[in-house]
Design a protein around this ligand. Structure first.
Ligand SMILES: [Zn+2]
Ligand SMILES: [Zn+2]
Length: 812
């Protein structure tokens, strides 16, 4: 319990000494606890002003359970005060709960802000990083302001939060700003409750705050320029075609002129990134509209304080280099979110006026994004020509968020900066679960009460750097949210690093875990569907369509074209794509032509002869692949829908070898004729469940069209339409059997908007109620949420055996 908030406060803000509300009114005192995002968002000064407006005495403080307030005065005024807490909260605050209890008055004589209180077992929500606010932006470009062109300007309404916080409660000594001593002017603002920077923890100015400087990456020694000159020089280098590493909010970006083919090509070559799209940044929406279509909803998202990368459709005749997003009709675009970005993009000191800069993660291929100065100089030394550095440390690595608008609503693809660590709110109370996620695009999730704290994007768990980033991320979340997990959830795949991490925890008994902690393996596609159900608040049994690239099945094969009936507790497999051989395992994923050969293997030779596909493959490799298919050497079976798309993409000559995950399918989608509504007829078997959906008729029909010279755009459209129609057809068969009419769609395949739009159309027409993802990615970035809710339900079930672990080995 809170106690001892007597007279010994550090910050006495008494405005007058006379007791308020003294004239013959009913007096009372209330203790109020406000929960939500209420720290680091100007909440205490807001409460201070509100109390003064209502002529109430008492105090306010930050505690680990939220903002705690006591007010004393007229009971009527107290009630109005409580109502106003929610009604007029500051812009960045998220008020989740206001609890109040009335007590006898004790004669407070003023209203004061108390020092923060800590309690070990309580937690508060932590604000994500927020882009520079309009007030700070105005000051940034106001020559009369003392922070004119200062790249670290911020206030209680904006600036870094999550990425600089080391622990709670959120106070300057617990952030990476602890090293900076405020100057008298900053201190005055910091302690003045009527100032916008009152208790703005990262408050800083050119006199006392962090600094920026430029280092030439190619030469050692003292060749750095500082301050404004450094930014102008960086911009000058960018105009000359250089690649500059720029330290941002959650890590480094590699930056170059997005209109310059040569620069973009050089960046691709150095980064080892062949075709995967780069994100770009423009000064404002007006600049974006020069090269992309922007709807109202998209504009809102671009300008939101979270400042995500928004996927937008390109305009023709765009000045942006085609190398920024090869073979893609969309561009990932964001607006500036730090003052440094604004200074870099705004044209002062620039001889030419580029409408956009490439802003891609500062890393080599799939390693984690660099965050420290020394680390960047070392790891990005061969990638960047110069480094724009600063000395405000980044405590937590946080990549940019990627999102887009679908059917007028946000549908997130990568949930990270600006979003994490804001929780997904669930409709039910959870145990404290740590869910470790899967492998690609990984995130983890920890739950407490009715919150699911999904981590920022961690990345592909394929190297030790990412694993260590994952491990330290979990430790940080556990500390921040005061969590000691009573359940651990993980993917069934025995080779995933996240699974190994979970099993390691079990065997080496981390100190914080009790010996009784249950470890719950969760099937990948069940987790996908549960994630969709959790964010949509659907606790009942549904038909789940989980289409993705790879997920370990209960039979040890690679699943990915799955129709389940499931709820949080359990699932049954009702239908799936027919198994084909994944010739050479990982090699078949990198080389879609291997999948094409596998799908065509059992088709009549007369049908497949003369296909250009076979002319493009080295005869020796062709022979090896055929042998792998025949004998099952080094190959498992797969029902993956991702591989089906890959195979069709290769068969049509669109993409034989991928350079990033999903490339073949994305290029197939991009080519599909939007206006074409017809699809191939896909015969579905009736009868026994699970239904096995044969893919041979589809390949037969495609080859027929291919040989008849039907344009690729039409074939792609007919294929997409056939898949959409097949999904709703299979759902009808399941509905006949199980009587279910709610359908959840999940898995990375549904990032394909051509497919998603048409699938939803068919399902709605046939009277289904479909659910899709909005707040959480449909790809593996959303898996951890599903794992958490499943583990929570399984542990609560009477059939659950405590401490049981089973990891299936590959079945033959
Ligand atoms: Zn601000
Ligand atoms: Zn200062």
């Amino acid at each position: 319990m809170l106690r001892d908030f007597g007279e010994n406060s550090e910050i006495d803000l008494a405005m007058n000494d006379a007791p308020r509300g003294a004239v013959s009114v009913e007096l009372g005192r209330a203790r109020i606890i406000v929960r939500g995002i209420v720290q680091g968002v100007g909440f205490r000064p807001f409460i201070y002003r509100l109390a003064n407006d209502h002529e109430l005495n008492g105090w306010v403080l930050n505690s680990t359970e939220g903002v705690v307030i006591e007010v004393e005065g007229s009971t009527k005024r107290i009630e109005e005060f409580i109502a106003d807490i929610t009604l007029s909260a500051p812009p960045l605050a998220v008020v989740e709960k206001v609890e109040s209890s009335f007590l006898p008055p004790i004669g407070y004589r003023s209203f004061i802000i108390q020092p923060s209180q800590e309690q070990q077992d309580k937690f508060v929500l932590i604000s994500p990083d927020i882009c520079i606010c309009p007030d700070c932006l105005r000051e940034l470009f106001d020559p009369r302001d003392r922070r004119y062109r200062y790249p670290f300007i911020n206030c209680t309404n904006c600036g870094p939060r999550f990425t600089i916080i080391k622990d709670i409660p959120y106070d300057r000594p617990k952030t990476t700003m602890a090293a900076c001593q405020m100057c008298p002017s900053c201190e005055e603002e910091y302690y003045n409750p009527s100032d916008r920077r009152f208790h703005a923890q990262p408050n800083a100015c050119p006199t006392c705050g962090p600094r920026v400087w430029l280092v030439n990456g190619r030469t050692a020694g003292d060749n750095s320029t500082k301050g404004e000159e450094a930014i102008i020089r960086a911009r000058h280098l960018l105009n000359k075609g250089a690649i500059v590493a720029v330290k941002g909010l959650g890590g480094f970006h590699l930056v170059c002129d997005a209109t310059d083919d040569a620069s973009v090509a050089r960046l691709r070559e150095r980064k080892g990134r062949v075709n995967k799209p780069f994100a770009i940044m423009s000064l404002d929406c007006q600049a974006v509209e020069k090269y992309c279509h922007v709807s109202d909803a998209e504009r809102q998202l671009l300008k939101s304080p979270q400042r995500p990368i928004v996927l937008l459709r390109c305009k023709s005749g765009s000045p942006i280099s085609a190398l920024v997003a090869p073979n893609n009709s969309c561009l990932g675009v964001m607006l500036p979110y730090t003052p440094l970005h604004y200074l870099l993009l705004e044209s002062k000191g620039a001889e030419t006026d580029t409408p956009a800069l490439v802003m891609t993660s500062g890393n080599m291929s799939e390693e984690p994004i660099a965050v420290g100065n020394e680390e960047a100089l070392e790891r990005l030394g061969t990638l960047a020509d110069a480094f724009l550095l600063h000395d405000r440390d980044i405590h937590v690595r946080c990549d940019d968020t990627v999102t887009r608008v679908f059917e007028g609503k946000e549908a997130i693809i990568r949930r990270s900066r600006g979003y994490a660590p804001f929780p997904v709110r669930l409709d039910f109370e959870m145990k404290q679960v740590l869910a470790c996620g899967a492998q690609l695009k990984n995130t983890f999730c920890i739950t407490k009460e009715n919150y699911a704290f999904l981590s920022q994007h961690v990345g592909d768990m394929e190297n030790l750097e990412t694993l260590s980033s994952f491990e330290s991320g979990i430790e940080h979340f556990r500390r921040l949210f005061r969590l000691s997990p009573d359940v651990i959830a993980y993917d069934l795949h025995p080779e995933y690093l996240a699974t190994k991490y979970a099993l390691e925890l079990r065997h080496n008994g981390a100190e914080q875990l009790s010996g009784e902690t249950p470890f719950v393996p969760v099937q990948h596609h069940h987790a996908h569907i549960a994630s969709c159900l959790a964010e949509n608040g659907v606790p009942e049994t549904v038909i789940g369509v989980a289409f993705d690239g790879t997920g370990y099945g209960e039979d040890g094969q690679i699943w990915g074209g799955e129709f389940l009936i499931c709820d949080f507790g359990d699932f049954e497999r009702r239908a799936h794509l027919k198994y084909v051989v994944l010739p050479g395992g990982e090699a078949a994923i990198r080389k879609p032509y291997r999948m094409a050969i596998s799908y065509l293997y059992h088709l009549p030779a007369a049908l497949t002869s003369g296909l250009t596909l076979f002319e493009r493959i080295d005869p020796v490799e062709l022979e090896i692949v055929r042998r792998q298919i025949e004998k099952g050497i080094n190959s498992s079976l797969t029902s993956s829908c991702g591989r089906l798309f890959d195979a069709v993409s290769s068969l049509l000559g669109i993409c034989d070898v991928i350079t990033y995950e999903g490339e073949a399918a994305i290029r197939l989608e991009m080519l599909a004729d939007e206006s074409f509504e017809d699809g191939y007829h896909w015969p579905l078997p009736k009868g026994k469940f699970p239904i096995v959906i044969d893919t041979e008729p589809i390949f037969g029909a495609i080859i027929h069209d291919l040989k008849a010279g039907v344009p690729i755009a039409i074939i792609s459209a007919k294929f997409h339409n056939a898949v959409a129609e097949m999904i709703s057809g299979v759902c009808c068969l399941i509905r006949e059997q199980d009587g279910l009419s709610k359908v959840a769609l999940s898995g990375g395949v549904f990032q394909n908007l051509y497919l998603l739009k048409r699938t939803l159309g068919h399902l709605r027409k046939r009277g289904f109620k479909p659910y899709i993802h909005h707040q959480v990615p449909c790809n593996d970035g959303g898996i951890a949420l599903g794992q958490a809710v499943i583990a929570n339900a399984k542990v609560a079930s009477p059939n659950f055996r405590r401490g049981s672990v089973h990891v299936l080995s590959g079945a033959g």
